[in-house]
Design a binder for this molecule. Structure first.
Ligand code: C2E
Ligand code: CA
Ligand code: CA
Length: 767
């Protein structure tokens, strides 16, 4: 055993203060080494020490003990070597040696500050001025005794001074039994023990800094929370520790500012949060350390609140998300999903609010509806319809001020609310105008139009529903007046609305009472120069006056009465023209058929039953339909027309060129004749103008094997031009106006004369 101490003495570089000096032989001031003539070896010196001497490694393991240690603690040397030194310390003092060790290392790192000037150069590695500490030892039998522990650092390996690397360090601890001294107050001992245990058991990291700015103490938690390397702490280089700490923070400048502010005000307390760059958050609490009312330092305590902060952040985020969602839901509740405009609810709310304002504020409601929107949907499909509505919504927005409400009420109905507008009529005109520029959808150019009704609050107090009703009435009037326009509400319009309702009731009566009459208009063949066809047109004789179909046909279609009216016209036509038809098999009767009639599955049967019962050859019947009947989703319209054609009935496409028709579709339709709409004929004034669209239509129809009839021919110039374009048949006031059966013969004669005159006037090849 002794030899161990001898071995130790060879590498021992130490200065054991307060226990006795152990110096290297070369130390100028050390106790003389085992030079020649010295009887006492180091090991004998150590073994004869009355104090228990332990060499404790950095990890707390006992490396060596002397005889006094065996005696003092009642253990055998072999039992102690390799054991943890805490075995020898009473509860509550078990960190004492670690603290001592820490202080020694710290002192060793700062020889220029803490090392006495007289310290030997050779002993530069050893910290020496750490005072012995009070502790309680524990013997093998469990008894405890009061002791004083002094330590010295033992360093092996290269040592070049503060700030550089250290070799392996151990500590020489000298323990002196001080039981003979007046016993420390038991209360104080308990308090110290409690304090030490408390400090180490708290989850907070604690740092105590003296008023002089030195670190007076830290607990283990502080070191591990900040991840400060032991050797950095040991160097006690405040600047280096500060740099290490600051490097971890998101806002180092604030940290420094706070520390400086607290040092400037030693009595101040503070609590704040520190945000780490790695996402952690510490709560920092600082208060002065006082001894009997005198500030001797500052206690810093740090608590890791990352988990709490994360939870808090999550809650905040969840709350924010919730708020956003509810805002979105709220927005959606007031938004039209398709166009992104406001919806009816928002419009109603705003209108109600505007009407609740003190009187004097102008409030205008502009209600509008697209003209013939159903056709876009039917012909081009719902996708195109939606695109159209979106585009219209976009254009509406450009016509108003940013704060004005533009809402879609549903379908193709929109409304604009103007509050405090100086010139609502100008806005209405602008809106109608906004559709002048064609709309392109899926490569197709469309020219939609809209009808708009404008109603404003005036002196007479009106509520929201009345205002909206007035706008609706005005809009209806705009439609009735020919669409693609705006009209401001006038009280007379209400009467028109009443009329409209009366119309339907009256029409029902008329149908029941046989007041539906049929007028006939001749159609002449340009090639044959004679009347070859007659179109039957419905008339309503109401109180002795003729109601034009333009007024009652839409009402009849809305109410479904068109089925009965259509059947009546067919029946009367076949009956009244039977004789004329029988005179010449090439003559035919044309009857208009509404899409509503074709919706009925038995329409074809009905038609054939009528012709048969009247004794009219189906080959002498022409059914005039408009293009829109073909765009119905269920194809039984086409099936019916196909079966009728099989029976010899011919089909004419009426009003061709209006609506959303296209020449390209023609070849797919079960039709025999094309009736060019009056609006194209009206383009012919002098008969010398270039109208490529007319010639294209006629050539195209001929190319597809169809015959062409031009409607609304009123002048000889028009007739001549159409004949030049090889139009097969002509119809119009130039030849004859529609006449009742009683006036049919004169009309036929007039028409025949007119066409033969036209043909006679024409000198072939000289036009
Ligand atoms: P439509 O089928 O295009 O009939 C031609 C219309 O043009 C007729 O108007 C006729 O009077 C008018 N017209 C003929 N020649 C000229 C002319 O030279 N100049 C002008 N400006 N107009 C001319 P009407 O009889 O008022 O009928 C209007 C529309 O009502 C018809 O247009 C047709 O769509 C519908 N209609 C008439 N009768 C019936 C019917 O029995 N059933 C169905 N479903 N619709 C009918
Ligand atoms: Ca017609
Ligand atoms: Ca027509």
């Amino acid at each position: 055993m002794i030899s161990r101490w001898e071995v130790l003495s060879d590498w021992l570089v130490s200065d054991v203060h307060g226990v006795g000096r152990v110096s290297t032989p070369s130390s100028p001031e050390g106790v003389p080494g085992p030079a020649a003539g010295t009887v006492l070896s180091y090991s004998e010196l150590v073994e004869s020490s009355p104090d228990a001497l332990l060499v404790v490694a950095e990890d707390g393991t006992i490396r060596m003990v002397n005889a006094a240690a065996e005696r003092m603690f009642g253990y055998l040397r072999d039992e102690l070597v390799g054991s943890d030194h805490r075995l020898l310390l009473a509860e509550g003092f078990q960190n004492g040696l670690q603290g001592l060790f820490f202080n020694l290392r710290r002192d060793a790192a700062h020889p220029q500050v803490h090392t006495p000037a007289t310290l030997d150069d050779d002993a530069a590695a050893a910290g020496t001025d750490t005072a012995p500490v009070e502790a309680y030892g524990r013997r093998r039998d469990g008894t405890e005794f009061q002791a004083e522990v002094a330590g010295a650092l033992l360093v092996t390996g290269a040592v070049t001074g503060a700030g550089s690397g250290y070799g392996t360090a151990s500590m020489l601890a000298a323990i002196r039994d001080t039981s003979h001294r007046p016993a420390t107050d038991d209360g104080l001992r308990a308090a110290m023990s409690l304090l030490s245990a408390t400090l180490e058991s708290t989850a907070d990291g604690i740092l105590v800094v003296s008023s002089a700015g030195e670190i007076a103490g830290v607990n283990n938690q502080f070191v591990s929370m900040w991840g400060i390397p032991r050797e950095l702490l040991a160097r006690r280089d405040d600047a280096a520790i500060m740099a290490f700490v600051l490097d971890q923070l998101q806002d180092p400048a604030r940290f420094v500012e706070k520390v400086e502010a607290l040092y400037a005000d030693p009595g101040a307390e503070s609590r704040d949060a520190l945000h780490f760059r790695d996402g952690r958050t510490f709560e920092r609490y600082s208060r002065p350390q006082k001894v009997a009312d005198e500030v001797v330092g500052r206690v810093w305590s740090f608590r890791d609140v990352t988990a709490a902060k994360v939870a808090q952040d999550r809650i905040s985020k969840a709350m924010a998300d919730l708020a956003e969602q509810s805002a979105q839901l709220k927005a959606l509740a007031f938004q039209d999903g398709l166009t992104g405009l406001s919806n009816r609810q928002l419009f109603s709310d705003r209108l109600a609010a505007a009407l609740a304002e003190p009187s004097g504020t102008a409030v205008d409601v502009l209600l509008l509806d697209l003209d013939d929107f159903k056709e876009v949907n039917d012909i081009l499909g719902h996708h195109a319809g939606d695109q159209m509505l979106i585009e219209v919504g976009r254009r509406l927005r450009t016509c108003v001020r940013p704060g004005d409400v533009v809402a879609r009420l549903g379908g193709d109905e929109f409304v604009v609310l103007l509050i405090g507008s100086l010139d609502p009529d100008a806005v209405a005109a602008r809106i109608v105008d906004s559709l002048r520029v064609p709309v392109w959808i899926d490569g197709t150019m469309l020219r939609p139009s809209l009808s708009l009704g404008l109603a404003s609050i005036s002196e007479d107090a009106v509520d929201a529903s009345e205002l909206l009703r007035r706008a609706d009435v005005a809009m209806y009037a705009a439609k009735a007046a020919g669409k693609n326009r705006y009209l401001r509400f006038r009280p007379e319009m209400m009467e028109a609305l009443v009329d409209r309702n009366n119309l339907e009731a009256g029409l029902r009566l008329a149908v029941d009472n046989g007041q539906i009459a049929v007028h006939y208009q001749p159609i002449v063949s340009t090639a044959l120069g004679k009347v070859v066809k007659v179109e039957a047109l419905a008339r309503w004789i109401r109180d002795g006056a003729l109601v034009p179909p333009k007024h009652f046909i839409p009402a009849a279609e809305r109410s479904g009465l068109i089925v009965e009216i259509g059947t009546e016209v067919l029946l009367r036509g076949c009956t009244e023209l039977k004789a004329w038809l029988q005179e010449d098999a090439s003559r035919s009767l044309a009857v208009n058929v509404s899409g509503v009639q074709l919706q009925h599955g038995d329409f074809a049967e009905l038609v054939l039953a009528v012709t048969e019962s009247c004794g009219v050859d189906p080959r002498q019947l022409v059914l005039e339909v408009t293009e829109s009947v073909f765009f119905d989703d269920d194809c039984h319209v086409i099936k019916q027309l196909v079966s009728l054609r099989t029976a010899g009935v011919r089909v004419a496409l009426d009003d061709f060129g209006t609506g959303y028709s296209s020449l390209g579709r023609l070849q797919d339709l079960p039709v025999d004749t094309l009736k060019i709409d009056q609006s194209f004929v009206a383009m012919i004034n002098t008969g010398t103008e270039q109208l490529p669209i007319l010639s294209a239509m006629i050539d195209m129809a001929h190319g597809l094997g169809l015959t062409v009839t031009a409607e609304g021919v009123e002048t000889a110039a028009q007739a001549g031009h159409l004949m030049d374009l090889n139009c097969d048949s002509l119809q119009g006031f130039l030849f004859a106006r529609p006449q009742p059966e009683t006036g049919l013969q004169p009309a036929l004669d007039q028409a025949a004369r007119a066409i033969s005159t036209l043909r006679g006037d024409r000198v072939p090849g000289n036009r």
